[in-house]
Ligand binder design. Structure first.
Ligand code: CA
Ligand code: CA
Length: 149
């Protein structure tokens, strides 16, 4: 399935709304990247995308990328070092498990939205919203890439 057909327009908007809402509670930044195929290990690919999207340049290193490859149904969660070193062991696996569980039932939108909620709650706990003026450092739009058509 081409990455862009993975979600309907409504579903895509629901996810962007979930990111908007989450980021109103934290200085952290959440991004979703969806592509067709994943060459190699999803976590390595996610690390690469994280860099390509400039997510390692946030001030507090608190960006979180949810990565999904539709054709091979692989996913990974990659986080900046600011948040990565603060979360408890197993947290990222829990997020990944949410995605996998829902994807098995073809509940793609719900899986991503629930993962965004879980990451958002953790970001809120560790990196509260800066009332003096938080900056939206990274776009909340989903990043799509069809590496094979
Ligand atoms: Ca922000
Ligand atoms: Ca953002």
């Amino acid at each position: 399935m081409p990455a862009r057909q993975f979600l309907s327009e409504d579903e895509e908007q629901q996810i962007v709304n979930a990111i908007n809402t989450a980021e109103q509670k934290t200085s952290g930044e959440i991004r979703i990247h969806i592509e067709h195929d994943c060459e190699g290990e999803p976590l390595e690919r996610a690390a690469r995308i994280f860099h390509d999207l400039g997510m390692d340049e946030t001030k507090l290193k608190n960006g979180v990328l949810i990565y999904i490859a539709t054709e091979v149904q692989k996913a990974a969660v990659y986080a900046g070092e600011g948040i990565h070193r603060e979360v408890e062991d197993g947290f990222w696996d829990d997020v990944l498990q949410i995605l996998i569980t829902h994807f098995k039932n073809e509940e793609f939108e719900q899986g991503i939205e629930n993962a965004v909620h879980k990451v958002g709650d953790k970001l809120e706990e560790l990196f509260p919203y800066d009332q003096k003026g938080d900056v939206d450092e990274l776009s909340n739009e989903i990043s799509f890439h069809d590496n094979k058509n």
